[in-house]
Structure formats: structure tokens, C-alpha cells
Design a protein around this ligand. Structure first.
Ligand code: SF4
Length: 327
């Protein structure tokens, strides 16, 4: 690991100012992600600004919305009674993430900013367009079992690893940000960029911008939600595919639906076509099949990951059967 300066601050504006002033500066909260990347030398910040002293750990209901501060710990959010009762998909996604030890340490903001688990990205000896722009993407024709089948490009097919982000996408969350130019808010779709020709630009955040929290609308849909994560081992592992779903029904008819998918794309994947195939229709085998087909339309599998196309459709069918009371 390369040497770096360390600064602990008590005001968000001071944290933003310090990082903005150093091109290689970085924020740290739990440190469960940044320190690993620094040890692997995938990242080498010359200044690390510790944001744990900022008043950003609150989990509170406010004006019909749930507000979660960026330094709230994953474990605390997962265990919060309001989250468990009104946003089960969020609690389940967090509990399916990492180990209890990591969840007790890792922050909500840090989880959203975690980097891809593409092994080429984490190996400084490999070329990687995301880490070293223009150097190439060995995953395209290499070991791509874990990689994207939707939303990738000829420059990068890495998937986003966050379960939390998938749940937040399904819940239409807003991400609040403080930067050198002031405050702003982004949807998950606007926060995460697709790789295109510039995979090193992973998010819409400008240098020095800090995630201060996320906000979720309280809706009947959110209350009727679930997270299904399929992975290689149950104890702790990143998703091969995952589905966050929220569903409301009147009789057999779908009155509301929100879906988001993990493990298949470079950002939490939203498929308006899959939702459209379900909304206002009876939840039949045919409707579920059509939603699955709409989801994977245009998918571009690689040598080792074509199985994800079938797997994610089965995962979708499973979670819809569960939420729709069809078991
Ligand atoms: Fe790098 Fe993306 Fe290719 Fe992985 S898939 S090697 S992160 S460019």
C-alpha cells in the first residue's frame, strides 16, 4: 500500500473541501472497501478523509419518507424496525450482503460507492479499461462467468456488486450529495453510468462530491417487497443474479410493480418492459414468462455467462410467485 495523509473532520463541508483540493483525495467511512482496494493497489489516494465524525448516521421517518444517513452501518439499517416492516426488500438485501462483521462496519454510502468485483480490475498486473483507461478489457474473451449480459459495452462488461443499490433502485430511492458546488440529488439510474467507451467514469459524482444519505418514499408497494439473491455459496458471496421486487395485487391482478436486478449489468438494472408486461394483468404463468422475456431482450452473453439469461428469468418467476401468493 502506498503512503497517504489522513484527516478526520467534523463538518461535511470540511470533508468536501479537503477531498476537492487533492485530485487523488478520497473519503472513507467503514473502510471495508477502500482499504482492500488500496492494499491491492487498484486505488492509491494520497489523502483519505475520515467522515465517521459527521452527523450522517441517522435513520428516521420524515415527511412521509425514510431518510438514511450515509454513515449509517449496513447492519443497523437492516435491523431497524421501520426498515423491516415497511421496506422488507431493503432489510433482506442488506442481510444478504457480506458477513455480519462487515455489515457492522460498512456504511450505506460506502456500499453504494463500492467497485466492481471483476478480478481483472482488482489485479494491477492485468489490463483493465476501468482502472487504466485504454489498456483493454481481458474479460471480453476471458473469465467472464460473473460478468454482464445487459448494459455492457465493447470496453467493459463488469457488473455492479451492491445488493443495497438493487433494492434502492426498486424502491425509487433518491441519493443526496454534497459537493464543492453545493447540494444535489440523483436517482440511482442517474448516479450510476453505463460503461460505454468510458468505463472509468463509473458514477455521475464529480471529484469532491460526498454522498450524504438516501431517501425512500413510503408506499404500499414498498411494504410488499422481497429480495432474492442467487450466489455460489450461501454464507457470504456476491450475487450471480439477484432480483428486488415489489408487488401489489387486487385479486389476481397486478396493480403495482417495481423490479430491479443485480449481477447482470454494470448498474442496478431496471426493465420498464418487464414491469409493463405485468402491470394491470392477471399474474399468470404467461404474464410472468412474458415479463422474463422482456427483461432479457437484447442480452449479449459471453462465453461463460449465458446461463444468467435463464437464471434471472427463473429468479424473477420465483419471487413473483412468492409475492403474488402463487405457491
Ligand atoms: Fe476492467 Fe471492466 Fe474489463 Fe473487468 S470488465 S477487465 S472492470 S474493463
Amino acid at each position: 500500500m502506498k503512503s497517504f495523509d489522513y484527516l478526520r473532520v467534523s463538518r461535511a463541508s470540511a470533508a468536501v473541501g479537503a477531498v476537492a483540493a487533492r485530485p487523488q483525495g478520497s473519503f472513507v467511512a467503514g473502510g471495508t472497501e477502500l482499504l482492500n482496494l488500496m492494499k491491492d493497489e487498484a486505488l492509491a489516494p494520497d489523502l483519505v478523509v475520515d467522515v465517521n465524525g459527521l452527523p450522517l448516521s441517522e435513520i428516521a421517518l420524515r415527511d412521509g419518507r425514510l431518510s438514511i444517513g450515509a454513515t449509517a452501518r449496513m447492519g443497523d439499517v437492516a435491523d431497524h424496525p421501520v426498515v423491516r416492516e415497511r421496506f422488507p426488500v431493503l432489510a433482506e438485501a442488506l442481510l444478504a450482503s457480506a458477513s455480519p462483521q462487515i455489515r457492522n462496519r460498512a456504511s450505506i454510502g460506502g456500499n453504494l460507492m463500492q467497485r466492481t468485483r471483476c478480478w481483472y480490475y482488482r489485479d494491477p498486473g492485468s489490463p483493465c479499461n476501468r482502472r487504466d483507461p485504454g489498456s483493454g478489457c481481458p474479460a471480453l474473451d476471458g473469465q467472464n462467468r460473473w460478468h454482464a449480459v445487459l448494459g455492457g459495452s465493447g470496453h467493459c462488461i463488469a457488473v455492479h456488486p451492491s445488493d443495497l443499490a438493487v433494492a434502492l433502485r426498486a424502491l425509487d430511492a433518491t441519493v443526496h450529495i454534497l459537493g464543492p458546488r453545493g447540494r444535489r440529488s440523483l436517482s440511482l439510474d442517474d448516479l450510476y453510468r453505463l460503461p460505454g467507451a468510458t468505463p472509468h467514469r463509473e458514477t455521475a459524482l464529480r471529484h469532491g462530491e460526498l454522498i450524504t444519505g438516501v431517501e425512500l418514499p413510503i408506499t404500499p408497494l414498498a411494504r410488499s417487497s422481497r429480495y432474492l439473491k442467487l450466489r455460489d455459496r450461501a454464507s457470504f458471496e456476491f450475487a450471480v443474479v439477484s432480483v428486488a421486487a415489489a408487488l401489489t395485487m387486487r385479486g389476481r391482478t397486478v396493480t403495482g410493480v417495481r423490479l430491479a436486478f443485480g449481477g447482470i449489468a454494470p448498474r442496478p438494472w431496471h426493465s420498464p418492459a418487464a414491469e409493463e408486461a405485468l402491470r394491470g394483468r392477471a399474474l399468470t404463468d404467461r404474464a410472468v414468462r412474458e415479463a422474463g422475456r422482456a427483461l432479457v431482450r437484447g442480452a449479449e452473453p459471453r462465453e461463460h455467462n449465458a446461463f444468467k439469461i435463464e437464471l434471472v428469468q427463473r429468479a424473477l418467476a420465483d419471487i413473483l410467485d412468492d409475492l403474488g401468493g402463487r405457491r
